[in-house]
Ligand binder design. Structure first.
Ligand SMILES: Cc1cc2nc3c(=O)[nH]c(=O)nc-3n(C[C@H](O)[C@H](O)[C@H](O)COP(=O)(O)O)c2cc1C
Length: 475
């Protein structure tokens, strides 16, 4: 069966006109027949009109080298920066640019090309192309095939590249937020020196980084998606309670466990928002992030979002106390002892769990002794269906963890592993509980009933079956 996988004819095209491209590799006329024929991993690389387009040549080479079948599609503007001939030589396939390509038997290149791809990567993605996608415009081949793709089967991944002012422009930020909400994956941009001579956010991620991200996306694509379309909110990291402009009360939470759970939820198909205190971590891709400092800001951010979510993971190490007074000027040292007046902060998890239509709540208990016993009590006092107990002295800041999930059925220990692996196991376990509860309520909607009144029955111990992860995620 003729397909997009077939090699191009020896005659190279002239520029981007494609008039020299071969008809020996026509697209099939019926898209239903246009199933993947040879390559298992097909990626459509879209190139738009930015200076970083030169890096797409190297990206094509790297993707090919790691076993991807690469089909390049360029916008008109992209052809001003790099020729189709270069991309054709590197991909070994004809490059497409024209929505009205009359060499396609059924005349519908946008359908044929989008059905060919297991994923679409736009690198570089210009501000203009991002705007076009965010508003659903389809006035060239690349934008039309993106809109025409089967969104549930074919992830759309963008690697933005533009001047820092263009990136920071509210219109671009609005468009990016809209695309994230639509499930589009945004990789980068990076910060650094730009072609225009300015320095800031807007550089396209390096081809090696993009290639690794694409590998990870294909690995996560292979994972089951039990939470497809379910909204989830995660809190992560420490909070910082200011004493004066330069001092404050915080804790040694790194945020690694919370970020890992956010990633695992995303990999399970959930639409994830993370409310994060100050950490040194890079924000995970394809996750909405709200950055806060104080316990009170974290509470506000959570309460602002909570009505939109079905799952709530409280993983942040929120300060229990905050200074009564925050001094506006740096406090001067004196020889005397100092007493700080502290007041309790609001318990975010308990507040959420007590809502009339509370989401399904999962708490984390980091204890330094009697870990499981304290966690069990915490679960009861907060009125939540699930708590995850871990030993604070070993877990905080580490890359590995060892936890026990406590729910109505008892205790489920998860042996020591990377936080990402542990996070996938926790999410798989929670997904089962959440979905069975949703099924018994007739929907994945209100979770208020089980969010309160957890059973205090004597616990049983059932080790949970570890999720089967691709090697990259087991690392
Ligand atoms: C020299 C030059 C460099 C440009 N570099 C970028 C860039 O890096 N990122 C960007 O978003 N737009 C850049 N532009 C503007 C885009 O090329 C322009 O918005 C174009 O319409 C994008 O078309 P496309 O999105 O269809 O590819 C540049 C324009 C010029 C003339």
């Amino acid at each position: 069966m003729p397909s997009l996988d077939q090699p191009i004819a020896p005659t190279p095209p002239t520029g981007v006109s494609l008039t020299g491209a071969s008809l020996a590799s026509p697209l099939v006329s019926n898209s239903a027949n246009n199933a993947m024929t040879s390559a298992e991993r097909s990626i459509l690389l879209g190139i738009t009109g930015g200076v970083a387009a030169y890096k797409s040549a190297e990206l094509t080479r790297l993707l090919k080298k790691s076993g991807f079948d690469v089909q390049v599609v360029m916008t008109d503007a992209a052809t001003k920066f790099i020729t189709a001939t270069t991309l054709q030589a590197l991909s070994g396939k004809r490059v497409f640019t024209d929505l009205w390509d009359d060499e396609i038997p059924n005349g519908m290149a946008h359908i044929e090309l989008s059905r060919y791809a297991d994923a679409i990567l736009i690198a570089p993605a210009t501000a203009d192309f991002i705007a076009k996608l965010a508003s659903g415009h389809c006035n060239d081949l690349l934008s039309t095939l993106c809109i025409a793709r089967n969104a549930s089967a074919c992830p759309l991944v963008l690697a933005p590249a533009m001047n820092r002012e263009m990136w920071e422009n509210p219109a671009t930020q609005r468009n990016v937020a809209r695309l994230l909400a639509d499930g589009v994956i945004i990789l980068g941009p990076d910060a650094g020196e730009q072609a225009c001579g300015e320095t800031g956010l807007g550089r396209m991620l390096e081809p090696t980084v993009l290639q690794a991200e694409i590998e990870a996306i294909f690995a996560s694509k292979a994972l089951p998606k039990p939470l497809a379309g379910i909204t989830a909110l995660v809190t992560a990291g420490p909070t910082f309670e200011a004493i004066d402009p330069v001092r404050g009360i915080t804790n040694s939470s790194s945020g690694k466990m919370g970020y890992a759970v956010a990633e695992a939820l995303r990999d399970a198909g959930a639409i994830v928002t993370i409310v994060t205190g100050p950490t040194a971590l890079t924000l995970p891709n394809n996750i909405n992030a709200i950055q806060v400092n104080t316990a009170s800001e974290m509470l506000d951010a959570v309460m602002d979002k909570i009505s939109e979510v079905k799952l709530f993971f409280a993983i942040a190490a929120v300060a229990d106390y905050t200074p009564v007074t925050t001094y506006s000027q740096k406090m001067k040292k004196s020889g005397n002892s100092l007493t700080l007046d502290l007041q309790s902060t609001v318990d975010i998890l308990a507040t959420v769990a007590a809502l009339p239509a509370a989401p399904f709540c999962i708490g984390f208990a980091a204890e330094s002794e009697n870990v499981v016993e304290y966690a069990r009590k915490k679960r009861q006092s907060k009125g939540i269906p699930v708590i995850v107990a871990n030993l604070a002295t070993e877990a905080i800041g580490a890359n590995d963890n060892q936890v026990t999930i406590i729910d109505d059925a008892g205790e489920h220990p998860i042996p020591k592993a990377s936080k990402l692996k542990i996070a996938h196991d926790i999410v798989a376990h929670v997904a089962k509980l959440f979905l069975s509860q949703a099924a018994s309520h007739g929907s994945a909607g209100s979770t208020a009933d089980s969010a309160t009144n957890p059973t205090a029955a004597s616990p049983i111990t059932t080790p949970i079956e570890p999720t089967k992860l691709p090697r990259a995620l087991n690392a």
